[in-house]
Design a protein around this ligand. Structure first.
Ligand SMILES: [Zn+2]
Ligand SMILES: [Zn+2]
Ligand SMILES: [Zn+2]
Ligand SMILES: [Zn+2]
Length: 525
């Protein structure tokens, strides 16, 4: 019935973007919820109720069909639909309907109806819970003892209007709470999904963060980089070329040694150009967040923005391999060209794993090495200079190199349990209290503490969160709802996922840079 009420008005009113959503929602309430289903007689439990409730949300969703498209529309979680249409869930309407029904019965019901309802334990328990809900947080109501029923009866009969207003106020208040609670859940869900994306996943395109030397998996690329450096002395590529304040690759002056270092960390293309140049005359070798780093950051502090000083260098150089990758490639070449009796795919794969496992390599680098080897083998075979393998063996080697996968690279390494995935907000909500955030973040992964990382959280996000429909509306353009979080917290979370320990400062409206500047001046005075 409600669905047909919706359908009959659908194109004219409910999905017409030129009518404000709130007005459409109100029209919808009148048309749909008044069709009623004798809502007051329903007991809000069981499969039939779930269907009814889901159907109601689905019709509401129709009001948003012009605003959100495709996957975003399809994946809108039920609470988001209620928040966006500023319409409480059906349970609230049902409660209102039950309390109205009870009020009406106090006026008109024959004893027979009372007797019939008395028999329905479920309905009785529900209405009892409704009265309990109405009473909670207020002392204007009678208690629920048997002896108090005449007082209830009197109240419902003689002050029906007052009761109705109380119910409406309470539902509005409850919906406000619902909005904030669901917003929090959406935010937690998006944080969770963001963290899961970083989890080592076994697939061709997502690299598992594994140190083959130690047979150990960590949870982030940053953690693996830190491990490679600490345990195996592998310096990140950008740290070999950092020095001064000018990037000789792109020609920009960053005015600060640490800012240049950050730039180089984030631009592999500049880093690889610099690798082809002469070594810098004044290298800056302090690690991110170390004492020396902090001192340099302090001494070089400036508000000046990067400035183009000389032309950027031409960019057509090939990507240069780090030392570790070159050595690993050579070792593999040497080993694969040894004569062997068994030239089968598994043997070649095992050989590759044994050789490459001696080097601190990222899986993407392993793939690069293998691609290079594949090209080499083809060249050798095509040029007719194959003295190394039988023709069949060369084919097997090519097959082994081509199909060497992330699974091969991580075989025998304990990857740990992957965190559970939740396809829906509902599934997430039921589990949220039991989630193990610490293990999700992989506390054991990295121990690099970067105390200077901090973000400034403006006060206005709290005010924004008091208008959940706006926040959800803006964030719903992406189905992961990442946008419900204030920008500063997004940044902080990404820092945490990178192994940092950022501090979150509550802002007073002043810009972060100004505040830094002030602190800096204070220290210099
Ligand atoms: Zn290791
Ligand atoms: Zn550059
Ligand atoms: Zn280049
Ligand atoms: Zn070689």
């Amino acid at each position: 019935m409600a669905k047909s009420a919706f359908d009959s008005g659908k194109s004219l009113i409910y999905t017409n973007e030129s009518i404000p959503l709130l007005l459409r929602t109100n029209l919808f309430h009148m048309a749909v919820t008044s069709t009623g289903f004798n809502l007051g007689l329903w007991v809000p439990a069981g499969r039939a109720w779930d269907l009814l409730e889901g159907g109601f949300t689905k019709i509401l969703k129709g009001l948003l069909s012009k605003r959100f498209k495709g996957e975003t529309y399809y994946k809108l979680p039920a609470p988001a639909i209620h928040i966006l249409t500023e319409t409480p869930p059906l349970a609230s309407f049902a409660r209102k309907a039950r309390l109205s029904l009870l009020t009406a019965m106090c006026w008109t019901a024959p004893d027979l109806l009372w007797a019939a309802l008395q028999m329905d334990d479920d309905w009785n328990a529900t209405i009892r819970a409704d009265l309990e809900w109405l009473r909670s947080g207020s002392d204007q109501w009678p208690d629920l003892q048997q002896a108090s029923w005449p007082r209830w009866h009197h109240l419902l009969k003689e002050s029906a209007g007052w009761v109705k207003r109380k119910v409406a106020t309470k539902i509005t208040k409850e919906f406000g709470h619902f909005g904030r609670e669901q917003l929090t859940l959406l935010a937690l869900w998006s944080l969770y999904k963001r963290a899961c994306e970083r989890w080592p996943v076994l697939s061709e395109d997502v690299a598992p963060w594994v140190c083959r030397i130690c047979c150990r998996a960590v949870k982030t690329k940053a953690a693996l980089g830190a491990h490679f450096f600490k345990t195996h002395g592998r310096l990140a590529a950008y740290r070999r070329v950092t020095g001064g304040t000018v990037c000789r690759a792109c020609g920009r002056n960053y005015w600060s040694r640490t800012r240049l270092a950050i730039h180089l960390r984030d631009s592999p293309s500049c880093t690889s150009v610099l690798h082809t140049l002469e070594a810098t005359s004044d290298p800056f070798t302090c690690g991110l967040g170390s004492k020396g780093w902090r001192m340099a950051a302090e001494r070089d502090f400036t508000l000046a923005i990067p400035e183009q000083q000389v032309a950027a260098l031409d960019h057509n150089c090939e990507r240069r391999w780090p030392e570790e990758v070159k050595r690993a490639y050579c070792a593999a070449c040497d080993c694969l060209t040894e004569r062997r009796v068994d030239e089968s795919v598994p043997v070649f794969k095992r050989t590759l794993l044994e050789v490459l496992a001696d080097f601190p390599l990222y899986y993407v680098e392993v793939r690069e090495i293998l691609d290079e080897i594949e090209a080499d083998v083809r060249l050798v075979v095509d040029s007719g200079s194959n003295d190394y393998w039988t023709p069949e063996g060369a084919a097997q080697l090519l097959e082994a190199v081509r199909t060497f996968s992330a699974e091969d690279w991580t075989s025998g390494v304990e990857l740990g349990d992957t965190p559970p995935k939740f396809a829906t907000l509902k599934a997430f909500t039921t589990m949220v209290r039991d989630l193990n955030w610490a293990s999700l973040l992989g506390c054991s992964g990295t121990h690099v503490t970067l105390r200077d990382a901090s973000v400034l959280l403006d006060d206005d996000w709290e005010a924004a969160w008091d208008r959940p429909s706006e926040v959800v509306g803006n964030a719903a353009v992406r189905c992961d709802f990442w946008g419900v979080l204030p920008g500063a917290l997004q940044k902080a979370w990404d820092l945490i996922l990178d192994g940092h320990k950022p501090t979150v400062q509550q802002g007073l409206g002043s810009g972060f840079l100004l505040q830094q500047r002030r602190q800096h001046q204070r220290r210099q005075d």
